[in-house]
Design a protein around this ligand. Structure first.
Ligand SMILES: Cc1cc2nc3c(=O)[nH]c(=O)nc-3n(C[C@H](O)[C@H](O)[C@H](O)COP(=O)(O)O)c2cc1C
Length: 330
């Protein structure tokens, strides 16, 4: 993909970096890889975040991390997200990944997974605000690129979001993305948009709101409710990358879905190799085919094919049949 010169004015800046657009694909382990990110970016996602990468792995096994940090120029502004609990290790990792010329380095302070939190990383950091101060102080002084943070509300008994937001800003952080749920909520329950508004009011650096953006109209609704500069979308983009073009899935034609599945699978296989790419594509195919009125057993049969040619033949068959149904009856 080639980049097109921007004629719009930026929605906000991260340090000196302009960001055009106000809807952004959320970092998602297992999903926000180059194939998916680049497609979402082309459809309007305003910047690209990698899946999170453990600082220790960068320091100890850098070459194995290369795939997670692969991106294309058209994705810029490109954010590398790292996580860890040790200030020196995070700094070493951040300095190391700078050689892949990201625009921004982001620190994950939201992951609630036991194996991450157990070591005090991810949302574990929100219990140690002084450590967050040290991380941002050291990284923002040492790096050539802006340092940003993605946080949650904190823990049910320790909702440190406002304190942490101020600490990030005071220690040189250039942007805060906040997922409006606690560690204990995980990914369920309502996201607290009032808390997002509180963070926006508490700091001067840009704030990205996240949580419960399910349909295109929610983007403007969250912005109006919280005053946030942009909105981050995670699960609602899986199977509907068109949400970044402000389209709900019902508004996307079968032909567009058909083309997207083929294009996305192509990228998956180019990136992961044919067999692994096909297998890893299942979780996307499942979501793309959800609205195609397929009985569950048929859908499962299609998406579990290991031979790409067999998968594509079945896929084309499904969409050929759909094209015979009058649009109003689909
Ligand atoms: C499968 C999955 C993987 C995720 N991986 C990451 C990650 O690597 N880094 C991160 O900051 N957040 C991660 N998240 C959290 C999302 O970025 C986002 O904050 C969360 O899903 C809420 O947004 P949503 O309601 O739009 O999905 C992940 C979420 C999901 C569902």
């Amino acid at each position: 993909m080639t980049s097109v010169p921007e004629t719009r004015s930026p929605a906000f800046h991260v340090g000196k970096i302009p960001v055009y657009g106000d809807a952004i694909l959320a970092p998602m382990d297992g999903f926000s890889d180059w194939p998916f990110r680049s497609l979402c970016r082309a459809l309007g996602s305003a910047m690209s975040y990698t899946e999170f990468v453990r600082a220790q792995h960068i320091v100890e096994a850098y070459k194995h991390m290369a795939a997670r940090l692969t991106y294309e120029q058209a994705e810029r502004p490109m954010v590398f997200q790292i996580y860890g609990d040790d200030v020196d290790e995070l700094l070493q990792a951040a300095l190391r990944v700078q050689d892949k010329t990201p625009d921004i380095i982001d620190i994950n302070m939201g992951c609630p997974a036991r194996k991450v939190v157990h070591n005090g990383a991810g949302v574990g950091l929100m219990r140690t605000p002084l450590k967050i101060a040290r991380i941002f102080h050291r990284l923002s002084a040492a790096l050539d690129v802006p340092v940003t943070g993605k946080i949650r509300l904190g823990w049910e008994t320790c909702r440190t979001y406002k304190l942490v937001a101020r600490i990030i800003e005071e220690n040189g952080g250039a942007l805060i993305a906040i997922h409006g749920r606690t560690k204990e909520q995980g990914y369920s329950g309502m996201a607290d948009w009032d808390a997002i508004a509180e963070v926006k009011a508490a700091v001067k650096i840009p704030v990205i709101g996240n949580g419960d953006v399910k349909v295109a109209a929610d983007i403007d609704r969250m912005k109006a409710y919280t005053g946030c500069d942009a909105v981050m979308i995670g699960r609602a983009a899986i199977g509907n990358p068109w949400i970044f073009s402000r389209l709900d899935r019902e508004q996307v034609s079968s032909e567009m879905v058909h083309n997207m599945v083929r294009q996305h699978l192509d990228r998956h296989m180019a990136f992961y190799g044919s067999r692994k790419g096909m297998i890893l594509f299942r979780k996307h195919a499942m979501q793309y085919l959800k609205l195609q009125q397929l009985p569950r057993a048929v859908r499962t049969h299609i998406i579990t094919r290991e031979d790409p040619q067999e998968f594509l033949a079945l896929l084309d068959g499904v969409f050929d049949q759909i094209s015979l149904i009058p649009a109003a009856a689909r």
